[in-house]
Design a protein around this ligand. Sequence first.
Ligand code: SF4
Length: 434
Amino acid sequence: MKTAQERAEEPPGRRLNSKSSPESITHPNPAPATTLLKSRQKRERSQFHVSERSREFLRKFYPDASIDEWNDWRWQNRNRVRTLADLERMIELSPDELAAIKRHTGALPLGIVPYYASLLDPKDPMQGLRRTVVPVLGEFDTSRGENEDPLGEDSHSPVPGLVHRYPDRVLLLVTNFCSVYCRYCTRARMVGSVGERAVRKTDIEVALDYIEQNTVIRDVLISGGDPLSLDDDRLEYILRRLRKMPHVEFLRIGSKQPVVQPMRITPALTRILKRYHPLWMSLHFTHPDELTPEVAEACARLADAGIPLGSQTVLLKDVNDNVETMTKLVHGLLRNRVKPYYLYQCDPISGSAHFRTPVSKGVEIIRGLRGHTTGYAVPTFVVDAPNGGGKIPIAPDYVAGYEGDDLLLQSYDGGTYRYPDSGRQLPTLKEDAS
Ligand code: SF4
């Protein structure tokens, strides 16, 4: 017979299927506990903020659903916009969008939860958020240098669902499911694939065993798909297994759920997350329109649980590729206790040319932020080098050269300043700036 400890370490799916489960013996009638839990969950859902915009959307497109259902993240998943007919009900599709949706097959399907659909402009196909989630024909054109796996993740995958590129850290992919599918997704080749939750439990076990056996791994980034789309039990099982490995010092979760489905950040979830510190979280924000009262509440719940929050934003043409939009976004993030962490050059996945800006655009945006606002608001601009080169930072150059032993520096507002640099020269600079 298994010990209680062994049973606790079994994946939830397996435990629930076990006929010899001790729960069935010691709690022959679990109804009262279940009822209590359900009423607690209902009370917590009713306390979550619902904006007037969401209420109006709910009344218009889901008249039979209640606010309680709207605030239930599982209801949101069950009612995702998946088909042309669903989407046509909500927005006026452009001929380009219409043709793209009709033509689409395979991975990275259409998928938008009702909450996020409520943020889309029903009339304007060029609205930033709409461009990120509604397919267009540009997705079907492959340009120079684009491919399905631009970061070479598959070639650094020793076991399914795990990428091990750097000695001390790994990327653990725990699901292929996302509540919303971003049209520029680096993992478009795998997310939303047939069956969606196609990362099998046995694969996760193999990946966890790999981490357990490789004691040089001190940092695990849990990603997907979206790991917060897993049920609480499943997520906690993974966190618990990892936390029990003494060499794993640092856990991170990469997620867009707090942005696209803020009601997923339930008190029950934050109670779980709190148990596995140090746990950090990278949130995927794209545009200031995502900074709603609901998202503010989700971020506050995570921050109050002691989770340091960083944002990773992909630079996207005609979505967020200007200083004004990016300034609004980074200021809004700080107000919500999220540090703008990385600004990514868009990866060259197949069919991404319509999203990609020149690299110089990212440098221009950082130049427009640095010095003009607090340093906490300025992310690091990086190109994730194709074929596994990793994140390479690219920054504006503020060094004007040397004059004698003086280093000449350019300030954010164009002034030139001298620093006595004892004659030691930065390797790439000429001796005399004149
Ligand atoms: S949430 Fe992340 S993994 Fe999912 S589609 Fe968007 S970018 Fe890809």
